[in-house]
Design a protein. Structure first.
Length: 261
């Protein structure tokens, strides 16, 4: 395995794959530069369009898959099918080409695409919510930091988890900007120090994933393809139903339906 370096080798070829959203996108980089980012040509068909899109992107830049050194993947939460396709593709690239993998949480990808706090409100916090279901979201909160050498960005301040919208508001701090689509009905009456950002910012993009993956790769934070799995906010509905049936079966017949000799 090649050693990690604090500096990007100018010949390093990297690929970012974002399939946690219905549309999906990819980005190609060389050394410390992102060469091109493109949306996948069709929504909700990652299993059909992802591999040809990668091949076309490499060909436009005079490269082949054999040139790939690093691959960055948005691991979720997000679309169950999209995440499975993305992770399976990344594993195949890693195993076939010895490319190293960097896994990035989708909340971090969305935070990278959010605007900085306005100049008149430098202490504004950022909350991001995904996978709204039954009144809860998979969510986290971020604070803006200048970082070393002017590398400003949103840094996590509360652990991502499935929580209610009210719990998110109480934990995130104020003033607060929110990125989510959709939001629960409670968001129709937000307090004056909380506001919603454009819903377009709730779409994760490979152009925001690539810089994170590149930075983490320089820090040597690679993932093992053998243990890489999607990050799901909740188990798939079919799994939840199966678990409920197993639990009921384990409980046995209720007292009201016991048989007697």
């Amino acid at each position: 395995m090649r050693p990690a370096s604090a500096m990007a080798d100018p010949s390093t070829i990297s690929l970012a794959i974002e399939t946690s959203s219905p549309r999906g996108s990819i980005a190609l980089g060389r050394g410390g530069d992102m060469l091109e980012a493109v949306d996948l040509p069709e929504a909700r068909r990652h299993n059909v369009v992802l591999t040809p899109a990668i091949a076309a992107l490499f060909e436009r830049h005079g490269l082949s898959a054999a040139d790939l050194d690093e691959v960055y993947i948005s691991v979720g939460p997000g679309s169950f099918t999209g995440l499975r396709v993305g992770v399976a593709t990344v594993k195949a690239l890693a195993l076939a080409l010895s490319a190293r993998i960097v896994a990035v949480a989708t909340l971090d990808v969305l935070a990278a695409g959010a605007p900085p706090p306005p100049g008149d409100c430098p202490r504004q916090r950022l909350a991001i919510g995904l996978n709204l279901k039954k009144g809860t979201l998979y969510s986290g909160a971020f604070a803006w930091e200048a970082g070393e050498g002017g590398a400003a960005g949103w840094r996590p301040i509360i652990e991502p988890a499935v929580r209610t919208f009210d719990d998110l508001l109480s934990r995130a701090g104020r003033p607060l900007a929110i990125v989510a689509n959709p939001l629960p009905p409670e968001a129709d009456n937000l307090p004056p120090d909380v506001h919603r950002l454009d819903t377009a910012l709730a779409i994760p993009r490979a152009s925001n994933l690539w810089p994170i993956g590149h930075r983490l790769a320089r820090e040597g934070r690679f993932s093992d393809p053998a243990t890489l799995t999607p990050l799901y906010a909740r188990p798939p509905e079919a799994v939840q139903l199966w678990q409920q049936r197993r639990a009921r079966a384990a409980e046995g017949p209720s007292m009201g339906h016991e048989s007697h000799p």
